[in-house]
Ligand binder design. Structure first.
Ligand SMILES: [Zn+2]
Length: 143
């Protein structure tokens, strides 16, 4: 396997919960299922931790999506110049627009996975000692 479990690349490549790398990150694994495109599960189905740290957390993924779109734009531009050097500017523009439309849903999903992994560290399925301590503090002491 290229990316071992426990690394951020594993979570991103397999669309798994960044906390435990077991549960699903998205409501639908298929980014081209447009009615559910990029919808992130509220909680992980396996470790139950929150996937959205705070409301609007994934708005920041827009910056990542923008960077990915620019990278895609440059890749298509370079590929066109190398593979099809006689292409007119119009053909190049159409190929770039077509490429961005085709890869858009995938780039959008990928940007959320990358954003989530910026802020969420791998902890495994079982609660960590720190999490157990924090949970204990929040519980009302028994009378
Ligand atoms: Zn999880």
């Amino acid at each position: 396997m290229l990316f071992a479990k426990g690394t951020k690349m594993y979570s991103i490549a397999h669309k798994k919960c960044p906390h435990c790398h077991e549960g699903e990150f998205f409501v639908s694994r298929n980014p081209y299922n447009l009615s559910k495109a990029g919808e992130v599960n509220e909680n992980c189905s396996v470790c139950k931790r929150k996937l959205s740290i705070e409301p609007g957390f994934y708005y920041g993924a827009m910056y990542v999506a923008y960077a990915l779109a620019v990278a895609m734009y440059v890749s298509i531009y370079v590929a066109t110049n190398v593979l099809y050097p006689s292409a007119s500017t119009l053909v190049q523009i159409l190929l770039i627009i077509g490429g961005l439309i085709l890869t858009g849903p995938w780039l959008y999903a990928l940007s959320k996975m990358i954003w989530g992994n910026f802020f969420i560290a791998y902890k495994g399925v079982e609660p960590t000692e720190k999490e157990i301590l924090e949970l204990g503090k929040r519980q009302v002491p028994k009378a």
